[in-house]
Design a protein around this ligand. Structure first.
Ligand SMILES: Cc1cc2nc3c(=O)[nH]c(=O)nc-3n(C[C@H](O)[C@H](O)[C@H](O)COP(=O)(O)OP(=O)(O)OC[C@H]3O[C@@H](n4cnc5c(N)ncnc54)[C@H](O)[C@@H]3O)c2cc1C
Length: 215
């Protein structure tokens, strides 16, 4: 799986879905997903326009390789689906005495570019199972443990939803992407850490009224 960022504000993700014969790449099935902000394309386009193969090929024209060819080679007649990204930051809900439980995307739908939705869903299931075990084994009440579960979900997954929004936003903004450590340091761990430390010092300096903190 890999992804690409386009200066015009497109983001693309290419993932292998199926490998029927490892020795015959022509049999492999790929998924291509392009995302962009509402403001990147004209407002009056219908879903049908957006999903037309012609528009898809136009978007591909400005891409670098291998994205350009991967998109241009999508054959005539391929159906393209349109989706709108949605998210919500979870808030506490009425658990009705521990009987109403939200988990996974139902509890914390998030944008997918950071790839954390399923991770958090699995964490929800693990947390909940452990807490419910403590009802069975430890004499705790269902009301109390579900309340505890909800508080952890609202805090942990809530934070992730917000971080995912920032990440999605950055990936569709070329100028901000150029400022990211991956561009500035090329993914080199030491260099990336150095940049992160410098940025942290800069933020602390600003918080301290403009003076550099002591090293
Ligand atoms: C392109 C993409 C890439 C992603 N990549 C990652 C990644 O790399 N890492 C990661 O952690 N997460 C990733 N995610 C997020 C992840 O896919 C979701 O967070 C996860 O699938 C949510 O699981 P879920 O069981 O909570 O919800 P869902 O997978 O949405 O399952 C809900 C199920 O309920 C069914 N349903 C709905 N209504 C009813 C009804 N009334 N009656 C019966 N059934 C119903 C639906 O059909 C569906 O099968 C990605 C998401 C997308 C879109």
């Amino acid at each position: 799986m890999y992804h690409g960022i386009h200066p015009k504000g497109y983001w693309q993700f290419v993932a292998i879905q199926d490998v029927p014969d490892p020795n015959k790449p022509e049999t492999w099935v790929f998924q291509l997903q392009t995302t962009w902000k509402k403001t990147t394309e004209p407002e009056n386009l219908t879903d049908e326009d957006i999903a037309s193969l012609g528009k898809h090929w136009n978007r591909a024209e400005g891409m670098g390789e291998p994205f350009k060819s991967a998109n241009l080679w999508v054959p005539e007649g391929t159906k393209i689906s349109v989706n709108k990204m949605a998210y919500w930051v979870p808030i506490k809900w009425d658990t009705r005495g521990g009987r109403v439980i939200l988990a996974g995307d139902a509890g914390h739908s998030m944008t997918f570019q950071r790839g954390q939705g399923l991770n958090h869903g699995i964490a929800d299931a693990a947390n909940l199972a452990q807490l419910l075990q403590s009802v069975r084994d430890g004499g705790r009440t269902k009301e109390v443990v579900v309340e505890e579960y909800m508080n952890e979900l609202v805090e942990g997954a809530g934070e992730e939803v917000k971080m995912s929004i920032v990440n999605t936003d950055m990936l569709h903004d070329w100028d901000r992407f150029l400022e990211s450590p991956i561009v500035k340091a090329g993914g080199h761990a030491n260099q990336t850490n150095k940049i992160a430390l410098e940025e942290q010092r800069h933020r602390e300096a600003l918080a301290n009224g403009g003076t550099e903190p002591n090293p």
